[in-house]
Design a protein around this ligand. Structure first.
Ligand code: BTN
Length: 246
């Protein structure tokens, strides 16, 4: 077992990602170390956003990785791997979750998990990677300013044991991570693409102020989203360049 071999628990912490990064800087932490908490006072989301989670209701964790065989150009494989690991766990309890590019996990059109991957790159290799995961499990009410948030309990109507789910999540992530290290990365890519939210569906998007119709058809090697328009032209988008419209 790599992921979950060392589990560090905190009742409350500012951010498991920040703690994991601090540990990497100051100590020799083994690969697969997990920083886990029931509450964050300054949880970090993507693009400088915050991540809020009710005390003791959800899974909040960060995993320390040293993926030396991944080159900085291919770092999106880490996102794909972690997204698939989380999907494996959710699918076990309620099949059909989708990955909203780049790495939000959606169930029934609600975001139930977010991932924040922070890589430290030195020259031509990734020195370390902190994979932060916020997975909403038992929370039933979300603030009105995050209307698309949801949890596994809301969808299934069941209360879950967080300790059991944590173990299962770490095991699912460990399996996927080993496939990334020793298996065929093309399979990971294919599986990730097949689980993409709105894959091949004609939908509306907005980029740089203009609204257009298109369908998601692929992901580039760098992890850009490729959308085809009705004329058959392909466009690539990076994160924050694109809004999904309903
Ligand atoms: C997103 O914006 O969708 C990413 C959210 C990531 C949240 C998790 S919660 C555990 C870990 N620690 C943090 O501070 N953030 C990540």
């Amino acid at each position: 077992m790599i992921i979950g071999s060392n589990l560090l628990r905190f009742d409350s912490i500012q951010s498991t990602n920040a703690k994991a990064s601090m540990l990497i800087r100051n100590e020799d932490v083994p690969e697969g170390t997990v920083v886990y908490t029931g509450f964050q006072t300054a949880g970090k989301g993507q693009a400088g956003n915050t991540w809020e989670s009710e005390q003791g209701k959800n899974l909040l964790l960060s995993i320390i990785l040293y993926p030396e065989s991944v080159s900085p150009e291919n770092q999106f494989i880490i996102s794909m791997t972690i997204s698939l690991g989380i999907s494996d766990l959710i699918d076990k309890y309620y099949p059909g979750c989708r990955i909203k590019w780049p790495n939000d996990i959606y169930l029934n059109d609600k975001k139930i998990a977010g991932i924040l991957i922070e890589n430290s790159i030195s020259g031509s290799f990734i020195k370390s990677s902190v994979a932060g995961i916020g997975l909403n499990i038992n929370q039933e009410n979300f603030p009105s300013y995050i209307p698309n948030a949801g949890s596994l309990k809301q969808v299934t109507g069941k209360e879950f044991d967080l300790e059991v789910l944590l173990k299962e999540l770490l095991s699912a992530l460990d399996n996927r991570y080993k496939l990334m290290l020793y298996g065929d990365r093309e399979n990971i890519r294919r599986e990730y693409i097949s689980k993409l939210y709105r894959l091949n569906e004609w939908s509306k998007y907005r980029s740089t102020g203009s609204v257009f119709k298109g369908r998601i058809i692929n992901i580039s090697d760098e992890g850009l989203l490729i959308i085809e328009n009705p004329e058959g032209n392909q466009m690539k988008f990076s994160f924050k360049e694109l809004d999904y419209l309903s």
